[in-house]
Write a protein that binds this ligand. Structure first.
Ligand SMILES: N[C@@H](CCC[C@H](N)C(=O)O)C(=O)O
Length: 265
């Protein structure tokens, strides 16, 4: 089976485009096997993308985290799928359905944009001590679960340690959560680090997490409503923009890079 190794601003995936309909794989199990950094291809997730009908500019996209769990929303997986659909079918604009939700996508020369739906926001859902300072996390749903802490220096945080602690916090059971640490670095700019549930580690960037960070940073007055640039561990910033017509919808955009193509054994 043909695959792409591809990343959206450092969030890396194994992407299968239009696997043959007969291939009745256990994708969750395949995700665990293939995403392994030592014995597989290595990735944060496995993405399976299929066109819905011929020439309809509509694709169904499933994203499995590295541990085999399903991601109900993955902005970077959607951006990578859109990039591949441009390459494979010539689509510049399309609709991508993930976990029953339609996302718009636009592929430009320098950036690929997808929409994310902003759901409920819950101020102060959990508090933990970080570097000796009691720190609150606000909850935000952007297609999947996030908590976001505003901190003065994201680089001083042991993201793996604190992220894992919060991800498994009893107050957030049974679903758990992805965990964001965000810092203001200018009028309309943020710096973000994310511990991802399902990868169970810090990732280099996170699309829906970036949207959640902007939602909470706006609520907390770190940035004004409007376009926000979010710097990440990859050094490939993502940008969040309001949607012209829908208040609860945001665009998230940035680079997509294909690393190589291959054939799975
Ligand atoms: N990296 C993703 C988000 C992935 C979802 C997460 N691991 C979960 O299962 O909740 C993104 O780019 O949005």
């Amino acid at each position: 089976m043909q695959f792409r190794k591809i990343h959206g601003a450092g969030n890396d995936f194994i992407l299968l485009s239009a696997p043959s309909p007969g291939s009745d794989e256990d994708w969750a199990k395949e995700a665990e096997r293939l995403c392994s950094r030592r014995t597989g291809v290595g990735a944060d997730g496995l993405v399976v993308s299929r066109p819905v009908g011929e020439g309809s500019q509509h694709l169904e996209v499933d994203c499995f985290n590295a541990d085999g769990s399903i991601a109900t929303m993955c902005g970077n997986a959607l951006r990578c799928s859109a990039w591949a659909a441009r390459h494979d079918y010539g689509y510049q604009e399309m609709t991508l359905r993930m976990a029953g939700v339609d996302h718009q996508a636009m592929v430009g020369d320098d950036a690929v944009w997808v929409t994310a739906e902003v759901g409920s926001v819950h101020p102060r859902v959990v508090q933990v001590v970080i570097n000796g300072r009691p720190t609150w996390f606000d909850g935000a749903h952007t297609g999947t679960e996030y908590v976001v802490a505003v901190v003065s220096d994201v680089d001083s945080i042991d993201t793996e340690l604190v992220g894992r602690l919060v991800r498994h916090h009893s107050a957030l059971a049974p679903l758990g959560t992805n965990v964001n640490f965000v810092q203001s670095v200018g009028r309309q700019a943020l710096k973000l680090r994310t511990y991802e549930r399902g990868v169970e580690a810090e990732t280099l960037s996170c699309g829906s997490g970036t949207v959640a960070a902007v939602v909470i940073a706006t609520m907390r007055g770190l940035v004004a409503p409007g376009e926000v640039t979010v710097h990440n561990r990859a050094g490939e910033p993502l940008v969040v923009r309001p949607h012209n017509d829908r208040r609860q919808t945001k665009w998230v955009g940035g680079p997509v890079t294909q690393v190589f193509e291959g054939v799975l054994a």
